[in-house]
Design a protein around this ligand. Structure first.
Ligand code: GAP
Length: 447
């Protein structure tokens, strides 16, 4: 395929995902009715469900099923000393250029990549909006600044956290004192992070408000390489488990000059997004940088030795995970009379496990049967069960396909006499008759 055709196809795919997310109630533009607020998104019913499933799956694998991990849910607002010590006040910045004519602002490093791709000449930089001259690049600190309390002076400055990691480092001592863990052990947190991105773009890929799932894994310095490799494997396993297309995942050894100030080694997991190969998640060796900056140490009670552990940090963006899972799951099937698009989500990740429909919504006996004998017991068992009686059956199937619902169950007139229902499989479109008494077992087996 020619590269222009390929680019068009990829642009179309992004458009299809964005429009599906709005149409089916997954993700909306933030503050939409007031014209939108760049880099912010509001999550609708199915988006929240999908996001929760991803977070729960992550928490189960990395916290609940292990014996060496301690959960944290730290405050988003922290004292400014935290961010001074971590190096974020001094150095959490991107280079910004401003057009002298239309005053649009761009990230200098991104504009260089794009201009050099388009023209092959990175030195001839012009404003992508109006062609005007771009000014000198300046460093722009990406932390959102605010004030805590009634006074607004330098002592009341605080920041919305740009990474969840520091909330764990500042609770290192609390965790050690409360649980007396032996090395190696980890701390894990899921929560919001905020970055005043100069150019938020590509839907939820680069947002100003987003969520992270992070682990700080504390090891002896001599062991860091072993655990770096171990966590690489764990990260890849999880990606596969939640349905990310592994054929599109690549590992990138990040060059020294591109690494964060705290990292001595970083591997980025990149994904082939429709807008290019970009960072999905990251794995960093943060050395003993953060604990030392916060003047924290660990006492090995057996060896009676004081030391500063080293840190391996697997980090995952929730919003990038959602986008990647949606892109991996989106499927078009044009083998039938009309084109069918569906989300081939893994059942453990899908926002709805099954939808229950009475064949006709104005036939009371069908509605009553479907509600009391099918929907209510399945809802009680699985929770993520939808009632769908809107439009004809074909429309309901299309809707549930786009939500990614693995099974649609229909109660029809035969059900009233033989107590069987039709179960339609999302991926194959095939239908089978299943006894109502066997439904729970049938679904349980499939998921
Ligand atoms: N604690 C390390 C850290 O924050 P990072 O590479 O800056 O490292 C970690 O961010 C992850 O957070 C990224 O791999 C990505 O998944 C996600 N992320 C970062 N910036 C983001 C943004 N502006 N919008 C959405 N997700 C973002």
């Amino acid at each position: 395929m020619k590269s222009t055709e390929k680019n068009k196809k990829e642009d179309d795919l992004m458009e299809k995902i964005v429009s599906l997310c709005k149409r089916r109630g997954f993700i909306f533009q933030g503050s939409e009715i007031y014209g939108g607020l760049g880099g912010t998104f509001d999550w609708g019913h199915f988006g929240v469900a999908l996001k929760n499933n991803i977070k729960q799956n992550w928490w189960k694998k990395f916290v609940e099923s292990r014996t060496d991990m301690y959960g944290v849910d730290a405050a988003i607002l922290m004292r400014q000393e935290v961010w001074q010590a971590s190096g974020h006040v001094a150095g959490f910045a991107d280079p910004m250029v401003e057009c002298e004519k239309c005053h649009s602002k761009f990230r200098a490093d991104q504009i260089q990549v794009e201009t050099s791709n388009a023209s092959g000449d990175a030195s001839r930089l012009a404003c992508p909006n109006c062609g005007g001259k771009l000014g000198e690049a300046k460093q722009f600190n990406m932390m959102f600044k605010t004030h805590v309390g009634a006074g607004e002076d330098s002592s009341s400055i605080s920041y919305l956290r740009p990474e969840t990691a520091q909330g764990m480092f500042v609770n290192f001592k609390n965790t050690v004192d409360a649980f007396h863990p032996k090395l190696p052990f980890g701390m894990a947190q899921i929560g919001k992070a905020f970055r005043n991105e100069i150019a938020p773009r590509d839907f939820v890929f680069r947002a100003r408000e987003f969520e992270q799932m992070e682990i700080e894994y504390f090891v002896r310095s001599a062991d860091w390489e072993k655990y770096f490799e171990y966590w690489k494997g764990e990260m890849l396993d999880w990606m596969e488990e939640v349905g990310i297309d592994m054929g599109k995942v690549h590992e990138l050894e990040v060059d020294k000059e591109d690494r964060a100030h705290y990292s001595s080694r970083t591997v980025d997991f990149e994904f082939d997004f429709p807008f290019g190969k970009k960072e999905l998640f990251g794995l960093a060796y943060r050395t003993d940088f953060d604990l030392k900056q916060h003047k924290l140490e660990y006492i090995d009670e057996e060896a009676k030795e004081k030391m500063v552990p080293h840190v391996i940090e697997p980090t995952f963006g929730v919003d990038r995970a959602v986008l990647t899972i949606l892109l991996s799951a989106y499927t078009e099937d044009d083998s039938g009379e009309e084109m069918r698009s569906y989300l081939k989500l893994k059942p453990n990740i899908a926002p709805v496990i099954c939808a229950v429909s009475p064949l006709l919504k104005n036939k009371l006996e069908l509605v009553e049967y479907a509600n009391t004998k099918v929907y209510a017991p399945l809802k009680a068992e699985f929770g993520k069960v939808a009632w769908d009686d809107n439009g004809n059956i074909g429309k309901r199937y299309r809707r549930q396909d786009e939500i990614g619902t693995p099974f649609c169950i229909v109660v029809d007139f035969d059900t009233l006499t033989d107590n069987t229902v039709t179960v339609r499989d999302r991926d194959t479109g095939k239908q089978e008759r299943i006894k109502v008494v066997d439904l729970k077992k049938y679904i349980q087996e499939k998921i």
